[in-house]
Design a protein around this ligand. Structure first.
Ligand code: SF4
Length: 382
């Protein structure tokens, strides 16, 4: 993972261009602690980089590896995900006649703008800026500000600029949780020129103190979210809505989608502030409910219990049947035909339905209630 960072990097460029207030507002915010999902992503990036550079190391070699830096242990699923990403990259490179590539090259447009692209690859006709994504949230390469930032930075680079010059510039996202092939977008020269102008203008506005907070999809992960005036106004407007305003469910859900992440960020930020000794009028920290007494050393406790003649195994252990998928796995290792032995004892139970936007990839399921029942239910809360 890159160690060098400039103030305006690729991953935040969409926000930088679209909201001219976020850098100013986030100066008041302490950097949030890195979460487990981010650590996992960083570790998988490192493994993808090692494998693509070495070419003959399979990602499966990393199963069971623990990284102290990322505090994360690689599972079989993680390794399979990296393997999918590497296969997608290999297919992509074949398709576009890629002859060479470098990883984590630090490139910049100027001393404020730039960063390290995961992979920069080139052949005779095409150059590819490639970004690995190991999260669930689908990221599109189309007219990506991140892609444009790295592409422009690479074109300016003294070391690799000439490898990209005169070639078609592609931005590719490989996101195994979304697709096992790369999602690719080709920038036109004109588009890159226009995006460069917008990037430079926006950065200048930020450097001169910034402008208005402008909410949009780029608000996700914005560190300034908890103190953002635009978000606060949105929330205030929502709570001040008079009761007799009839808001349709579609509008209410759209509002909830925007406010929910903000509410979570505000709570998290306030908790961190209080833990660091700040005062927030009307709020305090309280201890969580104790999880009860726990064994310091389970092995020793078990050994002592085993040595006691007065107690039997069932007195101190709950024996619980493992799940069907766990037993299926066990059967594989013991060469037992799971289907033959247990198929009559296994069923797939639905855990109910959940709300999702219409463009969610999962298929829609039929309603559990009839339209008449829905109307009756809604009339009770109207
Ligand atoms: S939360 Fe959104 S509107 Fe507010 S500063 Fe951040 S990007 Fe701008």
């Amino acid at each position: 993972m890159p160690e060098l960072h400039l103030k305006y990097g690729g991953s935040t460029m969409a926000r930088t261009v679209n909201c001219h207030a976020w850098t100013r507002l986030s100066e008041r915010i302490q950097k949030p602690a890195v979460n487990g999902a981010a650590n996992r992503g960083s570790f998988l990036h490192d493994i993808a980089e090692t494998c693509i550079l070495a070419q003959n190391i399979p990602a499966s070699d990393f199963v069971g590896h623990y990284s102290e830096k990322w505090d994360y242990l690689i599972s079989e699923e993680d390794a399979a995900e990296v393997e999918t990403a590497l296969n997608a990259a290999s297919k992509l490179f074949n398709e576009y006649g890629i002859k060479d590539y470098i990883t984590e090259e630090f490139v910049k447009i100027n001393d404020l703008i730039g960063g390290s692209a995961d992979v920069i690859a080139w052949g005779d006709t095409h150059a590819i800026i490639l970004d690995w994504k190991f999260g669930f949230n689908e990221v599109s390469p189309i007219q990506s500000w991140q892609g444009a930032t790295y592409a422009l930075s690479a074109l300016y680079s003294d070391t690799i600029g000439d490898k990209l010059e005169g070639k078609k510039i592609l931005f590719a996202i490989i996101q195994p949780k979304v697709s096992d092939t790369a999602q690719v977008y080709e920038f036109t020269d004109r588009e890159l020129d226009e995006m460069e102008d917008q990037i430079l203008t926006s950065v200048q506005i930020h450097e001169e103190g910034g402008g208005e907070a402008t909410p949009g999809e780029w608000c996700q992960f914005c560190p300034a979210g908890p103190v953002c005036p635009s978000k606060i106004m949105q929330a205030q407007a929502a709570v001040r809505l008079p009761k007799d305003v009839s808001m349709d469910l579609e509008t209410a859900l759209a509002l909830a989608e925007q406010l929910e992440p903000w509410v979570r960020e505000v709570r998290k930020f306030a908790h961190e502030m209080l833990e660091q000794g700040a005062e927030i009028p009307g709020w305090k920290l309280v201890a969580r409910k104790s999880a009860g007494r726990t064994w310091v050393d389970e092995k020793q406790a078990l050994a002592r219990l085993k040595a006691m003649r007065k107690v039997k195994l069932e007195d101190y252990c709950d024996i619980k049947l493992k799940s069907a998928p766990q037993i299926e796995k066990l059967c594989k290792t013991k060469k037992i035909d799971f289907q033959k032995e247990f198929s009559d004892l296994v069923e797939t139970k639905s855990s109910g339905t959940t709300l999702a936007p219409a463009d969610d990839k999962r298929p829609a399921v039929s309603a559990l209630l009839t339209q008449g029942e829905v109307t009756a239910a809604l009339s009770k809360i109207a």
